[in-house]
Design a protein around this ligand. Structure first.
Ligand code: URP
Ligand code: ZN
Ligand code: ZN
Length: 461
């Protein structure tokens, strides 16, 4: 018995065609016009709808112990929200404790992720680099964890220096892995944080003021030069500013192996939100912070022109009450992060494709295909191909909605996009051939999500 998705407009990163898709078990077995239908087949009518590959979000933080609390969405609620929003695969960051084996943290993340309902992989964060870490990297890569995040910010906690960054590049690169980086100058941020604190400037606005775009620009420039020095690729996570983007553009134009990711918040939201009264600005406290409105169109342009390769969420959700609240006395204690995994696909479609800022094929590339390629999951994930996993989104371009915490699938008490209108939403989502979302509702019969043992990272093939 097979399933036939009939007559939808099938969109990949390369082309668009009205086609049928045949699914046998978990896998796509045929794509073509008017595929034969057998008696035993289940036919799903998709005429008038787009059929996209399942979304791939390569930047999440589920159940993350961070800044004295734990992020709200765990692997169950987070992956469920992902599915509701058209994302079928995620990659979450393992954050190991300093001085402990990385393998211990891998085990902890495997334990937490048992309740995932979408497919998932892991990146490994490296809050320190030394001989013991270098020794362990090859075995982590053998476990299918082929990307390693370093921090140029979070001084005193996660930040490492240039010498350590070079060490990571060499240890990771020679084993088929890719280095990812949080590119903000942590020392600049630390100085400004201390200055504002000494002056009693403690409201959420000063989180933004303590993270100037210059701190991103400097770190982006430095990491690009370090990656040239060692001749290894670099993936810059959550690029937020036009200033940082300029450095990426220069590097890409020169043919350097620089891949940039941005997030919906850096395309959609601006730093005015930090000025909201009554501590409301804390809802958008994240690192890097939102930027002034004049950055947004430049970020869209960087994305549509191919300088920015991927859009991920950096989903790291904290309740306003009881978690963001921890920073009422000082912005330095507001847990950093926002919820958005259920919103990424829809926002990119409505405000990207719908507003003429990007084509349908480019939308699929940045939301599905390029992340799958860069992180060793393609073509099983991120595309619609014979032999690939039947992860599909049936998407009604006319379906309207409004984002609200009241209706959101996130397990958190506010929405970063409250009241934003959508035109174009998933009606159904399939994960490996089974419905996870039907008629716009989570149906959740698909069994646990599977760990994605990834191949080498760092190539766009
Ligand atoms: O504010 C953020 N981005 N929180 C999550 C941690 C990180 O730096 O990605
Ligand atoms: Zn980061
Ligand atoms: Zn992050």
């Amino acid at each position: 018995m097979a399933m036939i998705i009939k007559g939808g407009t099938v969109v990949t990163a390369a082309d668009i065609s009205v086609s049928d898709i045949r699914i046998q078990g978990e896998t796509i077995t045929a794509i073509g016009k008017d595929l034969p239908v057998r008696k035993s087949d289940t036919v799903v009518k998709a005429a008038g709808q787009y059929v996209f590959p399942g979304g791939v979000d390569v930047h999440t933080h589920f159940e993350l112990p961070f800044m004295g609390t734990v992020s709200r969405d765990d692997f169950k609620t987070g992956t469920r929200a992902a599915l509701c929003g058209g994302t079928t695969s995620i990659i979450d960051f393992i954050i190991p404790a300093k001085g402990k084996p990385l393998a211990e943290a891998v085990d902890a993340w495997h334990k937490k992720s048992k309740k995932a309902v979408a497919d998932y992989g892991f990146h490994m964060a490296l809050p320190e680099f030394n001989e013991a870490v270098a020794k362990e990297i090859p075995s982590i890569i053998k476990k299918g964890i082929t990307s390693f995040k370093c921090f140029m910010a979070y001084k005193g906690a996660l930040q490492i220096d240039d010498g350590q960054l070079i060490g990571v590049f060499n240890a990771v690169g020679k084993n088929g892995g890719m280095v990812m980086v949080h590119a903000e100058n942590g020392d600049m941020i630390d100085v400004l944080t201390q200055e504002f604190t000494a002056k009693g400037k403690l409201t959420p606005e000063y989180h933004w003021r303590a993270h100037p775009a210059l701190a991103e620009e400097e770190a982006v420039h430095r990491i690009i030069e370090l990656s040239r020095f060692v001749d290894k690729p670099i993936y810059i996570v959550h690029l937020s500013s036009a200033d940082g983007l300029e450095k990426v553009k220069e590097a890409v134009a020169k043919g350097y192996k620089v891949f940039a990711e941005t997030c919906p918040q850096y395309l959609m939201l601006s730093s005015d939100l930090y000025l909201k009264p009554n501590f409301q600005g804390a809802k958008w406290v994240m690192s890097p912070p939102l930027r002034p409105a004049d950055h947004l169109e430049k970020m869209w342009e960087g994305l549509s022109r191919g300088y920015i390769k991927t859009v991920a969420t950096d989903h790291c959700s904290f309740n306003f009450k009881g978690q963001k609240d921890m920073g009422r006395e000082t912005f330095a204690k507001i847990p950093n992060g926002i919820p958005s995994i259920a919103d990424r696909f829809n926002l990119l479609y409505t405000y990207g494709v719908g507003k003429g800022r990007m084509s349908l094929t480019r939308f699929v590339d940045v939301a599905c295909t390029a992340p799958a390629k860069l992180f060793g999951m393609y073509p099983k994930k991120g595309s619609i191909v014979v032999g690939g996993d039947a992860d599909l989104v049936l998407f009604d371009p006319e379906k309207k909605g409004v984002i609200s915490a009241k209706t959101s699938a996130h397990n958190v008490d506010y929405s970063a996009y409250e009241g934003m209108k959508l035109k174009g939403m998933p009606t159904a989502v399939l994960l490996r051939g089974k419905f996870a979302v039907r008629n716009g509702k989570y149906v959740g019969k698909q069994g646990p999500g599977q760990f994605i043992h990834r191949g080498p990272s760092g190539k766009m093939v």
